[in-house]
Design a protein around this ligand. Structure first.
Ligand code: G6P
Length: 364
């Protein structure tokens, strides 16, 4: 596939920079200010159906699975429906209990990933209701699901996903708001989330305008053989996706841990040669996250924080604009896409086509 690179050196760089427009597209025509909710035309789930949902199970692979983890948290927070995400392949092979009151959601950029498609088919065979959260219109998963949301990220060429991930998470935000407003999410909270969603494109543009600083930081950390990514609750899937992105394009080993689990093992790895990237939002867990930074500093670990204000314990902080707590994960991963990109660039990697990887895996 080839289309205009628009002056960018790689599709990854181009697609990272398309995110403000992509998010704008995901929101367009969907917000309903009158009832402080959203309209999702293809969802095929009326208010009665939505209220009957007792659990949500999200299935995807790779980056889409990580988007699903953030989505599950948004659904729990805004709609108060128990929700979780699982890799589609694991789900398929563990003979899962398929429950008629559970809403299943298959997440996929391509809509063709075999493990996700096979999970959808197995669920349908057992009579489950399955929605798709898909980028490619008319793809196999979009066709086989009962309804869903197109994420409208536009074509994504780089093997590693950036703008599509962001649009998936935004789409989960829309779905969580929609489900929430059929239940106990108040008009005031609906308005608050809508205002937050509307701010996203501008805030993304602000983060991307800071690219020069992130390029410099990538130079500081490109010598690492291995990196630790930590976050807590909302920040944990952000850390997981950022560590995956770095691995995929730079081939630097990285692992992600909940910050709270550091003391149960990975703290043994901390030393100056093992830098940590920490997700530190200004939310109710700020003090807990700061305590983790202190533990790392006490072991002479280098720290790069992604935060809403400069973190004293960190060697460097990338400051991102604050949104509503529930929507912060959408923004906090974006500078780390750039960090992965610039690290890989400094190392001369084949950024758009990393070794051993394919854009979509349509076989077992
Ligand atoms: C491959 C790609 C990943 C992608 C995953 C799921 O492994 O290399 O970037 O996240 O497939 O793809 P999908 O099209 O289902 O989102």
């Amino acid at each position: 596939e080839s289309y205009d690179m628009g002056g960018h050196d790689t599709y990854m760089h181009k697609e990272i920079h398309e995110q403000a427009d992509a998010v704008d597209r995901a929101l367009r025509g969907r917000i309903d200010d009158r009832f402080s909710t959203v309209h999702l035309g293809g969802l095929n789930l009326d208010a009665r159906d939505a209220r009957a949902v007792r659990r949500v199970k999200i299935l995807g692979c790779g980056t889409s699975y990580h988007a699903g983890q953030i989505g599950a948290q948004m659904i729990e927070e805004l709609a108060r429906i128990p929700a979780d995400a699982e890799p589609a392949s694991e789900f398929r092979y563990r003979n899962p209990v398929v429950d008629p009151d559970t809403l299943y959601i298959a997440v996929s950029q391509s809509g063709e990933t075999y493990d996700v498609l096979a999970a959808v088919q197995e669920l349908k065979r057992k009579g489950a209701r399955v929605l798709g959260l898909v980028n490619v219109v008319g793809s196999a998963i979009a066709r086989e699901t009962d309804g869903g949301i197109y994420v409208h990220a536009g074509p994504e060429v780089c093997v590693v996903s950036t703008k599509c991930f962001t649009n998936m998470v935004v789409s989960f935000g829309l779905l969580a708001l929609h489900l929430g407003r059929t239940r106990d999410l108040s008009v005031a909270d609906g308005k608050r989330i809508i205002a937050g969603l509307r701010k996203l494109p501008e805030q993304i543009a602000e983060i991307l305008a800071n690219e020069g600083e992130i390029e410099k930081l990538a130079g500081e950390y490109a010598d690492a053989k291995s990196m630790m990514f930590i976050g807590r609750v909302r920040g944990y899937p952000v850390a997981r996706e950022a560590s995956l992105k770095l691995k995929e394009v730079s081939y630097i080993h990285a692992e992600a841990y909940p910050a709270s689990e550091l003391k149960h093992g990975p703290l043994a790895l901390i030393e100056p040669a093992m830098p940590t990237v920490a997700i530190v939002p200004n939310d109710d867990l700020l003090e807990k996250n700061r305590a983790a930074l202190e533990e790392i500093k006490a072991r002479s670990g280098r720290i790069l924080a992604v935060a809403h204000q400069v973190q004293e314990k960190a060697d460097h902080t990338i400051v991102v604009p604050k949104n509503e707590d529930e929507l912060d994960p959408i923004l906090m991963g974006i500078p780390l896409q750039l960090l992965a990109y610039y690290t890989a660039k400094a190392m001369g990697r084949d950024i758009d086509k990393p070794r051993n990887l394919a854009k979509s895996v349509t076989v077992e």
